[in-house]
Design a binder for this molecule. Structure first.
Ligand SMILES: [Zn+2]
Length: 324
């Protein structure tokens, strides 16, 4: 059953116009994730302006640790009364919804539970890794779903920060590029990753990264250490059997290799508007990670261990109390 919701009751995004403009501009310039299609905004004056939402469209789990995972592109629910999107891509990130639940299960070993916000609604109806206009292609009926999704992520981040002082945010996706590896999107394009690894640029000239808030509150961590050092997330995942870029083993994508830098969600929730949050977009490969129950379980077990090792390392080097 679908519920009609008042548009006026929606909590608005806290993004300033300037921030939103910057995000839109960044989105236009970089290959952000799961799609390289261009989008065009459309509006249809004949559309109803009342929003439609069903709570089964989003699966939300309240966690007990400083990790928030969103999975926007794995949903399969396609309500007949919602028109398919007519801009951007409708491609599903196969099994990423299930993978997020496997990750939840893997953390049980440690008595931990990550916060989860999983889209069950199909990307054909709404793209929950885009700004509102592009997410809905101008279909006003879907605006409430977009706001609800982000409200759920913000509530999870707020809750984690109130308990732990910080939150790691991961936007979980799936890619089908030629090289089988995790593409860790730190909001940096391949040339910036290469330049950072080769240390030919100063930190001031490096593009804004999704671990910026760590750098703001650590005296001894560098971007190079965070992305390709011994305890970088990618390095630890590669050691656990899941090749990753960037990492010590594979520091940056080569010029002819496709690579996703991180999209709207990653940029938004690791921006200076959320000073106690850092994170990345993870674009997982299909074969070896998502293609079977066994691989999903193995990946999730490795992921849970690596997250704990990684967060321990981060906490040894960051003083979150000095924020705000
Ligand atoms: Zn995706």
């Amino acid at each position: 059953m679908l519920t009609e919701v008042s548009f006026a009751s929606i909590r608005r995004s806290p993004l300033s116009k300037a921030t939103l403009a910057a995000l839109l501009m960044a989105g236009a310039l970089v290959q952000t994730g799961c799609s390289t299609h261009h989008t065009s905004l459309q509006s249809d004056d004949t559309q109803s302006h009342s929003d439609v939402f069903d709570k089964s469209w989003l699966h939300v789990v309240k966690g007990n640790m400083p990790l928030v995972i969103s999975a926007p592109h794995g949903g399969m629910i396609k309500p007949d009364n919602i028109a398919d999107r007519e801009c951007g891509t409708q491609e599903r990130d196969d099994n990423t919804d299930h993978l997020a639940l496997e990750i939840e299960k893997a953390f049980e070993t440690y008595g931990q539970k990550p916060y989860l916000v999983i889209a069950k609604i199909s990307r054909a109806k709404i793209d929950l890794n885009r700004d509102l206009e592009t997410a809905t292609c101008g279909n006003q009926k879907m605006a409430y779903t977009w706001h609800q999704y982000h409200q759920d992520i913000e509530a999870a981040l707020d809750d984690a920060i109130s308990q732990f002082g910080y939150a790691m945010y991961i936007d979980l996706h799936g890619q089908s590029h030629k090289v089988r590896r995790l593409e860790l999107g730190y909001s940096l394009r391949s040339p910036a990753l290469k330049a950072n690894y080769e240390a030919t640029v100063t930190p001031q000239t490096v593009e804004k990264t999704s671990v910026e808030n760590i750098l703001q509150h650590s005296n001894d961590l560098s971007l190079k250490t965070l992305l390709t050092g011994e305890y970088a997330f990618g390095t630890l995942m590669a050691e656990a059997g899941f090749p990753s870029v960037p990492s010590q083993q594979d520091p940056y994508p080569l010029a002819d290799q496709r690579y996703f830098t991180g999209g709207y969600n990653t940029r938004r929730y690791t921006s200076s508007d959320y000073p106690n949050v850092f994170g990345m977009q993870i674009e997982s490969n299909f074969f070896g990670v998502r293609n079977s129950q066994q691989n999903q379980t193995q990946f999730s077990e490795a992921f849970a261990k690596v997250i704990n090792d990684y967060l321990q390392y981060i906490n040894q080097h960051v003083d979150w109390k000095n924020t705000q």
